[in-house]
Design a protein around this ligand. Structure first.
Ligand code: URA
Length: 188
């Protein structure tokens, strides 16, 4: 049976399934429209996110907000989550074990929100969801369909802050997200 939001949020808030729980100030479960057509999945909370208990509120999040605005969306119209819900020490990449321990929560979030389109932001998100063989530079911008849901790997906004050259392909990916949503709307 499908879980409910209060049950799921309670489980995430109390989770001790991996060692990341010991370092957290707040869990960062995710937020946004609980019926969003577009879900965005990042890697894991950074410093600001850990302090505030909200996803993508630091510098990468500000860029993400601008990219969403450029395709006509606000953060209130999408659902934003992460692969791991607790901040890894010094913002290191979550281990595959940590990602695996947390993945059932993301799956439950997807089952509740039932988005039509999911953007996987960066290699960690893309690999955790699509498999270890994903290479973000090679595979970004390529749609994958799973049970009627369209998934698009793209660069993580933090990568765009580090490397300007990634901005143009990421912008192409965001336009593809916009076009896919419009196409799905036109179809039903
Ligand atoms: N980076 C992420 O992957 N997730 C956040 O919530 C913030 C920064």
């Amino acid at each position: 049976m499908r879980t409910s939001w209060p049950t799921l949020m309670g489980q995430i808030g109390a989770c001790t399934a991996c060692d990341l729980c010991h370092g957290r100030t707040n869990v960062v479960p995710g937020e946004g429209d609980l019926h969003a057509r577009l879900m965005l999945v990042g890697e894991g909370p950074g410093e600001q996110e850990d302090l505030q208990g909200r996803p993508f509120v630091g510098p990468a999040g500000q860029l993400l907000d601008r990219m969403l605005a450029a395709i006509g969306l606000t953060r209130a119209q999408v659902y934003i989550a992460n692969i791991v819900k607790c901040r890894p020490p010094k913002n290191r990449v979550p281990t595959p074990e940590e990602a695996a321990a947390c993945l059932p929560y993301l799956r439950a979030q997807v089952a509740l929100v039932r988005p039509r389109v999911i953007a996987l932001l960066g290699a960690t998100a893309a690999r955790a969801v699509l498999g270890d063989e994903v290479r973000i530079t090679r595979d970004r911008g390529k749609w994958v369909e799973r049970k009627g849901v369209f998934l698009l790997p793209t660069y993580h906004p933090a990568a765009l802050l580090r490397d300007e050259r990634k901005k143009r392909p990421a912008w192409e990916d965001f336009k593809a997200l916009r076009d896919k949503l419009a196409q799905l709307d036109a179809g039903n």
